[in-house]
Design a protein around this ligand. Structure first.
Ligand SMILES: Cc1ncc(COP(=O)(O)O)c(C=O)c1O
Length: 420
């Protein structure tokens, strides 16, 4: 039995319905790649395909499952919340939003006082860009080549052309400019025109292979923002919530951004919620025209209660200790595989329990993902830098899980090497 509540559903039926009524292109692509997963049972850092295959999850849906699939404490927090709350009404002050914003205020660097809630990461990026535009009365947004901030309007416009060109999004180019990572001169050239509202940067570029900016680069960008009157938005959708060993990856960089965007894992894999956390400057509109932006379901009170539990678990000493221990284990594992495979694993990026594994292949999606899947590991390549595989270990992964994972990854990488 795959589901307790839907015992009669068959995988073939779901694939068929998905082809007919959901997304034929996407469904077919995974069928062609022989990775036609339909998630059945899920528990901890495992999930089972509906055909019964058990998979170790190191994609975690970008960090949605930082605390595992169906974390029992998170589920209980949601059940408890339904005793008193529902979505609430976005027009009023709300207990859920007030308490969660208070927690986020305590867990973010000094000065980041306001939280605006949405349902997903893209929406939270929209809020950040709108806030910067109001605060500066400028329109332009600068981002990094190879970045990804979501598929919604401004978020899409700020991102790589791979995702926006097919939807005719290139016409927004006059307001959205991209510069290469680690090039402060290129950034200054754009900012010095003094028409830029915001610079938005993922603190580690997830979809670009978890590329970590060179030391001092992000702090240099912040200084340029201050000099030329732009606001700095730290997109921490994949890198926040303790994934790097600190609450926010930006804390490794020694400066405070004007805004932090968080999503994915904030809802504990159970209830979608995201937040744009901002300082007084960025939050000007909240004081002056506070009713001119809202999201009906963003900041649902049940979602807020779930997120508070997520923050509590994430900030436990035991969680942080597990992350630090596993971070060291991941590094030893990557070094071991790099030596053993004689350059097949060519390089890696690493901070906390985030890793980008660079293989000596053109497209890890085509050549590494499938052998890993055959070995029992679900991992995804970096779509904008395809020789990289994303490796996201769960925050709470215990020793026996990590042992099993490394064994299976070694097996999968060996299979991939033989196929070369
Ligand atoms: C860095 C980053 N920003 C924003 C987003 C958009 O989040 P969502 O898919 O919840 O809209 C994503 C999603 O993958 C992301 O990785």
């Amino acid at each position: 039995m795959v589901y307790k509540t839907l015992p009669d559903v068959k995988k073939e039926e779901i694939l068929d319905l998905s082809m007919k009524y959901v997304n034929p292109g996407k469904t077919q692509e995974w069928i062609d790649r022989e990775i036609n997963i339909v998630m059945g049972k899920r528990e901890g850092y495992y999930f089972w395909d509906m055909d019964g295959r058990k998979l170790l999850d190191i994609h975690l849906n970008g960090g949605v499952f930082n605390l595992g699939h169906r974390n029992p404490e998170v589920i209980q927090a949601m059940i408890d919340a339904t005793q008193d709350f529902d979505i609430g009404n976005h027009h009023f002050a709300s207990t859920g939003r007030a308490l969660l914003a208070n927690e986020l205020n305590k867990l973010t660097p000094e000065g980041l006082c306001y939280s605006v809630f949405s349902s997903g990461g893209g929406e939270a990026v929209e809020v950040a860009i709108k806030s910067a535009r109001y605060a500066t009365q400028r329109r332009k947004v600068v981002s990094i080549k190879g970045c990804y901030h979501g598929h919604t309007g401004y978020a899409l416009a700020a991102g790589d052309s791979m995702y926006k060109a097919p939807f005719r999004g290139e016409g927004d180019a006059d307001c959205f400019e991209q510069v290469p990572l680690n090039d402060l001169d290129a950034m200054e050239k754009v900012l010095k025109k003094e028409d830029v509202a915001a610079v938005i940067i993922e603190s580690i570029l997830a979809t670009y292979g978890f590329m970590i900016p060179e030391p001092g680069y992000l702090a240099g960008v912040k200084k340029l923002c201050e000099k030329y009157g732009a606001l700095y938005i730290a997109d921490e959708v994949q890198t926040g919530l303790m994934r790097t060993g600190k609450m926010w990856s930006i804390e490794h960089e020694g400066f405070i951004p004007d805004m932090i965007v968080t999503a994915k894992g904030l809802g504990g894999g159970i209830y979608p919620i995201s937040a744009t956390i901002m300082n007084e400057k960025a939050g000007k509109w909240l004081r002056e025209i506070g009713r001119l932006h809202c999201s009906t379901t963003g900041g649902s009170e049940i979602g807020c209660m779930v997120a508070m539990k997520v923050l509590e678990i994430t900030n436990r000493e035991s969680t942080v200790n597990t992350i630090l221990k596993n971070s060291a284990r991941m590094k030893s594992f990557a070094d071991y595989i790099r030596d053993k495979t004689d350059g097949f694993l060519a390089d890696y990026t690493h901070r906390g329990v985030i890793m980008g594994l660079k293989f000596d292949v053109e497209d890890a999606g085509k050549t590494i993902t499938k052998p890993l899947f055959d070995a029992g590991v679900w991992a995804h390549n970096s779509r904008l830098n395809p020789s990289f595989l994303q490796f996201k270990l769960g925050l709470l992964a215990d020793d026996s899980y990590v042992d099993e994972l490394f064994e299976k990854m070694e097996d999968g990488i060996e299979r991939a090497r033989k196929l070369r």
